[in-house]
Ligand binder design. Structure first.
Ligand SMILES: [Zn+2]
Length: 268
């Protein structure tokens, strides 16, 4: 038996692998990764007796992805195979899917904002609950909820934070895109929450940046006694962005971004 060690740089981490090569197959030897025979035609024993195994073969056997950049001659190994214990949060969060019932919100191309808001917020709620956060929704179906009742829920439950989820529209410009977030004022914890959401939503969705703003006149921000932010997930009035917003994969990314921003706020 010949033992070899391979060092992989994966996501900035050094992964130390212990491989055992033993026995023989049609290519002359056998390599085991976690007890499984590695089926790699790119493996061989060199003249000096060293077992050579392709980086791709090892990485893929470990469930990693390998990307080869021929320009820089760099192999990148990214891994979902390095399990990390997700931190658990004990917090109470109120998510507010904007509009509902007779209040459709923006309407473009037969799509109603209230439906997008509910879909995205509901998915964010699932992700937050997976992280141990208790989530209260101001609505879980297509019904009208008064603006003041929305923040009353957060205030009454002494929630850790309140996030209202909307989609944007611009009647003057049909080409604007991106994530927009706002809070009552820069001096509030809600602003910090909005900042984090702005960053994580853009990262998760790969979306453009439409900026942040103080919005002291928005009822849900003005009446919230807990840190509150409002997010606009993108412009329904821009055809290409509406096409993204209705796609389940894109909604899932936005939901991930919302959950990540909230978790980042709770972790600070
Ligand atoms: Zn809205």
């Amino acid at each position: 038996m010949k033992r070899i060690y391979a060092l992989l740089m994966a996501l900035g981490l050094i992964l130390l692998l212990s491989l055992s090569a033993s026995g023989a197959n049609q290519s002359g030897f056998r390599i085991l990764v976690d007890g499984e025979t590695l089926d790699s035609p790119a493996s061989y024993i060199s003249q000096d007796g060293t077992a050579m195994v392709s980086l791709r073969a090892i990485a893929e056997a470990l469930g990693c992805n390998v990307v080869w950049d021929p320009v820089t001659r760099t192999a990148s190994v990214s891994s979902a195979a390095l399990p990390e214990e997700a931190p658990q949060y004990s917090a109470l969060v109120v998510l507010d899917p904007g509009h509902g019932g007779e209040a459709n919100g923006a309407e473009y191309g037969g799509v109603m904002e209230k439906d997008l808001n509910l879909s995205i917020a509901s998915q964010a709620a699932v992700l937050l609950e997976e992280a141990g956060v208790t989530v209260l929704m101001t609505r879980t179906d297509d019904r009208y909820v008064d603006l003041y009742d929305r923040t009353a829920l957060a205030n009454g439950q002494k929630a850790d934070l309140f996030v209202s989820v909307h989609c944007n529209a611009n009647v003057d410009h049909d080409d604007v895109t991106g994530i927009y977030t706002c809070a009552y004022s820069r001096d509030t914890n809600g602003w910090r929450l909005a900042q984090l959401l702005h960053q994580t939503m853009r990262e998760a969705a790969g979306a453009d940046d439409f900026g942040m703003e103080e919005r002291p006149n928005l009822a849900v921000l003005r009446t919230s006694l807990v840190p509150a932010a409002l997010v606009e997930c993108g412009f329904m009035s821009t055809e290409e962005e509406l096409a993204r917003l209705v796609r389940p994969e894109y909604q899932a990314k936005l939901a991930r971004g919302i959950a990540d921003g909230i978790l980042a706020y709770l972790a600070q």
